[in-house]
Design a protein around this ligand. Sequence first.
Ligand SMILES: Cc1cc2nc3c(=O)[nH]c(=O)nc-3n(C[C@H](O)[C@H](O)[C@H](O)COP(=O)(O)OP(=O)(O)OC[C@H]3O[C@@H](n4cnc5c(N)ncnc54)[C@H](O)[C@@H]3O)c2cc1C
Length: 502
Amino acid sequence: MSAINRDPKIVVIGAGFAGLTAASHLTKHGYLNVTILEAMDRPGGRVHTTKPFGENVIDLGANWIHGQDGNPIFIMAKEHGLLAENDSCSTMCLPGAVTPKDYFFHQNGKLFDSDEVEHVCQVFDNLMSKAFNEELGPKYKETSLGDYLDEEFSASELISIEGAKMVFEWCKRVECTDEACSSLYEFSVSQLRLYTALEGGFFNSLGPGGYQAILDILLKSLPLGVLVCSTPVKFIKWNLNQGTSPPGEMYPVKVICDNDEELEADHAIVTVPLGYLQEKATEMFYPPLPDWKIRAINRLGFGTVSKIFLEFEKTFWPVDCSGIQLVWEQGHEDKDMYMSMLDGDSWKDTWYKKICGFDTVARHPNVLCGWITGKEAEYMEILDDNIVGETCTRLLRLFTNWDVSNPVRVVRSLWKENPYVRGSYTYIPVGVDAQKEQEALAEPLPSVSCNSTNKPLQVLFAGEATHVNYYTTTHGAYLSGEREAQRIINYYKKSPVSSVGK
Ligand SMILES: Cc1cc2nc3c(=O)[nH]c(=O)nc-3n(C[C@H](O)[C@H](O)[C@H](O)COP(=O)(O)OP(=O)(O)OC[C@H]3O[C@@H](n4cnc5c(N)ncnc54)[C@H](O)[C@@H]3O)c2cc1C
């Protein structure tokens, strides 16, 4: 390894949690020659807090902090007083003792008995906990989560309870949304155990500032001028000047932007989403990324979860209602339906069957938020606002028989359509060794351990998808950014630079 006689120059690509944390960590440790290049006109990436309905914010991307113990995002939120005041009623705060609850409707307008629904959901949750926490054995090694759940359902007492199957299928649809996959029949059950759920409440909500309030803490920690928005990177050249100049004198990396601006660097930390890499990685680097890196990018899954916000003139749901859940006779999460969807496009006629339901929204008494996932979500994203609004209204009328007026505004997330994201978050497909591929994705180029005489750590990779235990989450993104910044810091500790850290 060779030292350099100047401040190392570091370019971070992407200003989501991973990129902002990497830059913040580096600058705190005295590495001041850092630039973040962000393609969009705002930092935050898949955290996007906005105010389309007046005073109060909504989050189009991440909205919960998953787990508390050891979660840096939770710790920051707590320290700065950013958590929702009463988390147990985070969707709506009601006067008196009314406890908000979900209303489960059959497509024929009949309301399900809440004890029956709770019973089915409990069995479902137990099966999921088992999959997360226990070795399921060889039987389920190469199996999908959908097949595991179906098999366990058939062996349970639920099989003989009328209506239980339909509610169980609804649970599968919600799980599909949590996991951002198109179908649970494509999602690996054996790899679930790698994901680590942090202790403490799983769904911690933020207060009136939304997720932006946490981003703001990171943004304030950055020296002026570090963050450059509206500057997409189109190309990264690495291994430059190796062997042709005195070691450490020249920059081995050149980052070229869409506007043709070029930045030389000692290190580039790439934090772009996996979805973006799946589309661009083969054309974005020279020399091209090695085969094992491309394989990791393509083997891991990157699915779409979308939110549909509907604003109404006035509420039409009861005061104790926290969500209207839609239970179909046969939804898209059913195995037969899944198989038939593999051929042809007829599923597009019933894309809305993938909507789980509509939840009330904190601090927005007249707004509901619908959740949809998979290729149906991707299809929804290309439809017109009016069509989406009309379809949702039709569903709400069909299921509830309530007096549902037309929404006055429809606001949707468009994560698949976003050219710099191309989906929502990572999932592990059946047959993929998650740890192997995620470690390959995170491996820097060239790595410190490899035999190359070229300068190590020229291109580093961070982002939610690179974290083996906390992928999909904001804290996974945060910790991956910190990991790559620390990797650079450790490298110079062993091979010091005279001016850094003073
Ligand atoms: C709908 C939805 C709901 C979610 N809910 C939760 C939740 O409740 N809790 C939770 O913990 N997580 C949630 N997540 C996941 C969480 O948002 C992400 O895991 C996390 O924000 C990812 O951060 P990141 O830094 O890895 O990537 P990103 O935030 O995607 O940042 C990457 C950045 O790279 C930029 N970029 C891409 N290409 C280029 C280029 N060529 N040049 C320059 N910049 C580029 C992008 O514009 C982006 O800003 C949710 C995500 C979505 C979409």
